[in-house]
Design a protein around this ligand. Structure first.
Ligand code: G3P
Ligand code: MG
Length: 227
């Protein structure tokens, strides 16, 4: 079972910061998941639309300039990174799972990846693009069929993993509270990987292993190896 650092090593370091990502790399995580919004046509790495939970600022991203956002402290003196910095840092060392949060992230992402492939040598195979916004994933797949996509769900759909097949996804990314044997079986039968969020304890990790899931998103990639 693969271990994907959720928002970097976010259990121990400020989530979605370069520090948390560095620590996930040091922990030799099999993948690193980050969340992405668009501010002034630049992709920024942050989970919420409002900055107040994760920074010393207040207000919505839509009311901030990129410069204002970058002046905030995201914890331990860290900045809110832009996606470019993360691509530079991860540099194909592990799978980078970019979760698209904002509905306006698709075009900037496609543009940025083209640039990163040319200028940084980013390997498309080392990327996984995921979202709860399925039309967005569908669009990305039409523009870049070579990119792996992960269809996120926070529920157990009636027809199990069929929606992910329909999207041409590589994985179905499920909530730990809804995953069951039938979902895993259906996804695997369709050739889809099953990734489960967010697993932060040994008991749940063992349960996921027993269900045969392929990977877990975990805030503690350092400890997860020993679970
Ligand atoms: O990608 C897995 C997980 O991060 C999805 O939920 O809210 O933590 O972004 P959330
Ligand atoms: Mg996420």
């Amino acid at each position: 079972m693969q271990i994907i650092a959720h928002r970097g090593a976010s259990g121990t370091y400020p989530e979605n910061t370069l520090l948390a990502i560095e620590q996930a790399l040091l922990a030799k995580a099999d993948g690193i998941e980050i969340d992405v919004f668009c501010v002034e046509n630049t992709l920024v790495v942050i989970h919420d639309q409002n900055v107040s939970r994760t920074t010393n600022g207040t207000g919505f991203l839509s009311d901030l300039t990129l410069k204002q956002l970058q002046q905030l402290d995201a914890g331990s003196g860290q900045q809110v990174p832009i996606l470019w910095q993360v691509l530079q840092l991860v540099n194909n060392q592990t799978l980078l799972n970019i979760e698209l949060k904002g509905a306006d992230t698709a075009e900037p992402l496609l543009e940025l990846l083209k640039k990163a492939e040319t200028e940084l040598g980013t390997e498309p195979d080392k990327l996984l693009i995921s979202s709860f916004n399925h039309p967005l994933l569908k669009y990305i797949k039409t523009q870049r069929p070579d990119l792996k996509t992960g269809a996120l769900t926070a529920s157990l759909p009636l027809d199990y993993a069929a929606f992910a097949s329909e999207l041409g996804a590589w994985s179905v990314n499920c909530d730990k509270d809804f995953i069951d044997q039938q979902m895993v079986a259906d996804a695997h039968q369709r050739g889809l990987k099953v990734l489960v969020y967010t697993v932060n304890d040994a008991v749940t990790a063992a349960k996921m292993q027993q269900l045969g899931v392929d990977g877990i998103f975990c805030n503690y990639p350092q400890q997860a190896r020993s679970w």
